[in-house]
Design a protein around this ligand. Sequence first.
Ligand SMILES: Nc1nc2c(ncn2[C@@H]2O[C@H](COP(=O)(O)OP(=O)(O)OP(=O)(O)O)[C@@H](O)[C@H]2O)c(=O)[nH]1
Ligand SMILES: [Mg+2]
Length: 181
Amino acid sequence: MTKKERNSSLHKILFIGPTGAGKTTAITAISDTPPITTEAANTGADKQTTKSTTTVAMDYGSIELEHDVVHLYGIPGQKRFRFMWPILARGAFGCVVLIDESRDDPLQDLDDYIKAFDDLIRRQSFVVGVVKTPKDGMAIEKYSAFFANLGMFPPIFEADVREKADVLMMLEILLINQEIN
Ligand SMILES: Nc1nc2c(ncn2[C@@H]2O[C@H](COP(=O)(O)OP(=O)(O)OP(=O)(O)O)[C@@H](O)[C@H]2O)c(=O)[nH]1
Ligand SMILES: [Mg+2]
């Protein structure tokens, strides 16, 4: 990435993770303006979620932090919409990886999504938010071990993405790390 490209992409952050992990919820929680969403009726293609709608193209919101506008994009988590993923990843500097601990195999989900966004993940500019956890702290250990095996040590949080403070905290950590690196 050239310096010019890096500067122009500094403020595009992508929210990734499986359906129901809360990408649309997180962007809605922190966007300064009503987010642009592309929700459609959930036809039940993913048996692990009972929510009535799903993102079919993307979410977009924005937030001003320290006089800079940060652009927030959310992927459609269902794999049938994966053709959108590389389009949305283009020009992103970092990502918020959301993992839903209540799904059948969240470690497999994590593996799938970090592989799909390998370019972004390899730059190590990401934070991990684990949602719907029993809040016993065990999730952090499990995912830390997973990333340590890959030689990565990202910030990992248990989060409730319906809470603006939780999402903002992850975003700020991501941006601080980005400035340090
Ligand atoms: N109980 C509980 N529910 C949560 C938590 N975080 C998010 N949710 C709910 O989980 C659902 C997440 O839905 P979305 O935000 O549409 O998920 P998404 O990741 O955008 O899903 P797709 O667009 O289908 O990929 C919402 O109904 C949230 O209210 C949590 O910590 N606890
Ligand atoms: Mg969504």
